[in-house]
Design a protein around this ligand. Structure first.
Ligand code: NAP
Length: 299
């Protein structure tokens, strides 16, 4: 059954049995500095979440590791009982250490604990989508995901998870996951300036699987380039609007989860993503990609 999609830039894309808005929201920025602890402006954080839903967004990305356990509890406080059609997508497979690092936690018992913590903090009986976060802070790493993924499939069979996905994954790991159980999404680092997953995106689109770029605006290193600024100037738009509109245009299975802690930025981003990009702008932007991987001080 598909739920109706409000008019947001990009329309909708199926995620499991629902259609979500391609313009979604990434909640990581609602935690404190370094994605640790509570936000400085708690009311502001709650307002961002409520505004996202008021604007018609039906896809919110989160993780128990944000805070840790901060963004999930903010989501529950701001939005529970959840409106029909809202889909909360979470991640397991990493925790936080005392230095603010993101060490892996992918043993079956660690994954079970993480799923139960997400259920408790979000106030849910079943999680809509759970991504298995792989790799490390430097990016995807090769290796079999069979054991941790099987643990999540088991939790899915118990009715605690509706749909599965993978994050920070190589193409081989995506293929391995799909050989074990259906997945509805892949969440990897991708943006206008970092396009390592171009082939993967196209093949997932053919299979009806969502590709959800994290750091769509460049994350901790905002996407910057003279070509991008020139296109933005010519169109009378901001580079951020061009970056978001380009992602929506890149492939129909791309779902946006730009992060922000600001209601004003959220509104700007929703409006800006609807920017029409003429062919000459697309051609000018094409040369920007395929840069070295950006540094990741967190996550
Ligand atoms: N799977 C993974 O391993 C992984 C890793 C990282 C992130 N994620 C997910 O991906 C989501 C997006 O990543 P992200 O939030 O780190 O990076 P991002 O969306 O690329 O960029 C967010 C940054 O852009 C700024 N920003 C947003 N809109 C703006 C505007 N209109 N004007 C000026 N600045 C603006 C935000 O600052 P303000 O707060 O000031 O707006 C924030 O510093 C996260 O929220 C999280 O859910 C997943």
């Amino acid at each position: 059954m598909h739920t109706p999609v409000p008019t947001l830039p990009g329309g909708g894309w199926p995620l499991g049995e629902s259609t979500v808005t391609r313009f979604g929201y990434g909640a990581m920025r609602l935690a404190g500095p370094g994605v640790l602890g509570p936000p400085a402006d708690r009311d502001g954080a709650l307002a961002v979440l409520r505004t996202a839903v008021d604007l018609g967004i039906t896809h919110i990305d989160t993780a128990g590791a944000y805070g840790p356990r901060v963004t999930n509890r903010l989501i529950r406080e701001a939005l529970h009982p959840y409106p029909a059609g809202l889909r909360l997508v979470t991640k397991v497979g990493a925790v936080r250490d005392e230095q603010g690092g993101w060490p892996p936690a992918r043993r079956p018992d660690e994954l079970r604990r993480a799923v139960h913590e997400n259920l408790d903090d979000l106030g849910l009986d079943a999680l809509d989508v759970v991504n298995l976060r792989l790799g490390d802070a430097s990016g995807p790493q090769p290796g079999s995901l069979a054991e941790p993924f099987a643990a999540l499939v088991d939790l899915q069979r118990q009715g605690l998870i509706r749909h599965l996905g993978v994050s920070n994954a190589t193409a081989a790991q995506v293929a391995e996951a799909r050989s074990l159980a259906p997945i509805v999404c892949v969440q990897n680092l991708y943006n206008l300036a970092y396009r390592q997953d171009d082939e993967l995106i196209d093949s997932l689109a053919d299979q009806g699987i969502a590709y959800v770029p994290f750091f769509p605006l460049g994350g901790f290193t905002p996407v910057q380039s003279t070509a991008l600024s020139a296109v933005a100037d010519r169109l009378g738009a901001t580079p951020i609007s061009v970056t978001l509109a380009w992602l929506l245009r890149r492939s129909p299975n791309i779902l946006l989860i730009p992060g922000t802690s600001s209601v004003a930025h959220l509104r700007e981003n929703v409006a800006g993503a609807g920017l029409a990009l003429p062919d000459e702008a697309l051609a000018a932007l094409e040369g920007i990609g395929r840069r070295p991987r950006p540094t990741r001080p967190a996550d």
